[in-house]
Design a binder for this molecule. Structure first.
Ligand code: ATP
Length: 492
């Protein structure tokens, strides 16, 4: 029988802690809200997700290059991008409990509830009313909707007494320099995209890039989220993997459709059930966008955005031209249908923006299984992470059967060869069965056991994580066997 979804989610969260994937930041000081650290297995898994993204975006496209821009940027950049004036969420407090919420999220939860209860008409009507209020920045109307819908405080049974709805800017600011004054305020970037926009001509010129071309980047972003819930879904410090694709004006729709499809394909290549994904079209578009879709995943608490595909027009580059007074134009020498060069223009931009931490959680939830292995004679079970082998933190574990007779030395000799290419773990403590279980729990695709026969004929047993089948193979073939399964060729 499958587990109730909230129980599954709780189990995944405790598994993340128990097996060194994710820890609460500053835990010994009672934690820091919505900030998390990745442990020894978590950082390996996270790096592997990054590598998968980087290879498929940068390595597989000869017209996409990667950069690594600084987190601190000139403060005027955030004026130009609209973040200083407009990057805010509507918040509301319950005066009874002093708890703070995002007004739009309270309404979204109600819409999801209508949908779950099969009341599609009510869901659609509330969605429209909310979208209209957000578009018009009509904060009193948002409060009215919360009261009309009789929305309760999610964390308290007592009747709420709501404050007015106010806007709350999500950017963290700090000061730069030893004698800092008001003029020296800098922001922690709330998205990585602006680092790409302000470098687009540097990259285009130094790389002699021709339109269409893309710039990709992986990096930290910071948002002072009004309310942080659901583990690493909504963090105050998180990581994004973004790609800006610069195209000729008028071709943006075509590229938007291509990237929308390509990005979903990237997700599905990991073997995820397609029914777990859906597109969500934005009806209320951000000021810079002319089309936007989210790729959503069916988390235990419902569908939630993992990645956004946005057609950002020429908004950002035009704004930077205006605020920096530097030309952002690209000269396009290609000829149009009348035989004339397209000439100078500001490119349009398609953006793909995926949250690395949400992708991490999705991967853990997808992989996590509590498998019943009971037989009529004996009750048994195991927790196994069925991670794609390319993403697994440890590719193979190597066990000497016993701690004597030269087996540890032989095991280490085999490991020393393999570790040049793969992340390998050595374990000699406890019975083999227990060691298998520990590796299953972190998703290691192979366990290799060195026994007395190994000393005679240089063969080992290799045990496969998913089937638990064991076979005897030559130690010299291990590199090929492991390499075959964890090769990026299987994904790209
Ligand atoms: P949401 O509506 O969930 O707040 P968003 O629309 O603000 O997300 P974008 O600005 O499009 O998100 O950012 C791109 C991606 O970055 C999102 O799809 C998500 O995966 C990730 N992301 C955004 N905010 C956070 C956060 N606070 N914590 C973790 N990941 C985030």
């Amino acid at each position: 029988m499958s587990k109730p979804t909230d129980e599954l989610f709780k189990n995944v969260i405790s598994h993340c802690k128990e097996y060194g994937f994710v820890f609460q930041s500053s835990e010994i000081y009672d934690g820091l809200s919505a900030v998390y650290d990745y442990g020894q297995n978590g950082s390996e898994l996270k790096n592997n997700i990054k590598t998968y993204w980087w290879k498929s975006m940068v390595q597989m496209h000869d017209n996409i290059v990667g950069i690594d821009s600084a987190i601190f940027m000139h403060p005027t950049i955030w004026k130009a991008s609209g973040h200083v004036d407009g990057f805010s969420d509507p918040m509301i407090d319950n005066k009874v409990t002093n708890k703070r919420y995002r007004a739009d999220q309270l309404l979204e939860d109600k819409i999801a509830k209508y949908e779950a209860d099969g009341e599609a008409d009510k869901a659609a009507a509330l969605q429209t009313a909310m979208d209209n209020a957000l578009k018009a920045e009509d904060l009193p109307r948002l409060k009215e909707l919360i009261i009309e819908q009789d929305i309760q405080d999610p964390l308290s049974k007592d009747k709420p007494d709501w404050t007015d709805v106010r806007q709350f800017n999500l950017m963290f600011s700090t000061q730069m320099g030893a004698i800092a004054g008001d003029a020296d305020v800098v922001y922690l970037r709330p998205e990585t995209a602006q680092g790409i926009f302000v470098n687009y001509l540097n990259v285009q010129k130094s790389g002699r890039m021709k339109i269409p071309f893309g710039i990709a980047q992986i990096g930290k972003a910071f948002r002072n989220e009004v309310i942080a819930r659901q583990f690493i879904i909504r963090m105050r410090e998180f990581e994004q993997m973004e790609m800006q694709y610069f195209v000729r004006p008028g071709t943006q729709r075509e590229w938007f459709e291509k990237w929308k499809e390509a990005r979903l394909k990237w997700h599905l290549a990991l073997g995820t059930d397609a029914a777990k994904y859906r597109y969500h079209e934005h009806t209320k578009l951000a000021h810079y966008a002319d089309a936007a879709y989210d790729i959503e995943f069916d988390f235990p608490f419902g569908f939630k955005e993992v990645e956004g595909i946005h057609s950002r027009t020429d908004f950002d580059l035009s704004q930077h031209e205006k605020f920096s007074r530097k030309k952002m134009q690209y000269f396009d020498p290609e000829l149009d249908e009348n035989g004339k060069p397209y000439g100078n223009y500001i490119p349009y931009v398609i953006e793909t923006s995926i949250g690395l931490d949400r992708m991490f959680l999705l991967t853990m939830i997808n992989a996590y299984e509590e498998e019943d292995l009971s037989t009529p004679e004996r009750q048994d079970s195991r927790t196994v992470l069925r991670l794609h082998p390319c993403l697994a933190p440890v590719k193979a574990a190597i066990f000497p059967l016993t701690k004597k007779d030269g087996l540890p030395e032989k095991a280490r000799e085999i490991m020393d060869k393999l570790k040049l290419d793969f992340n390998i773990q050595y374990e000699e403590k406890d019975a083999i069965g227990k060691r298998y279980r520990r590796q299953d729990a972190i998703g290691t695709p192979f366990c290799i056991t060195v026994d007395h026969q190994t000393l005679e004929d240089n063969t080992v047993t290799i045990r496969h994580r998913d089937t638990m089948v064991q076979e005897r193979v030559a130690a010299d073939d291990l590199e090929k066997i492991i390499g075959g399964l964890v090769s990026w060729k299987n994904l790209l």
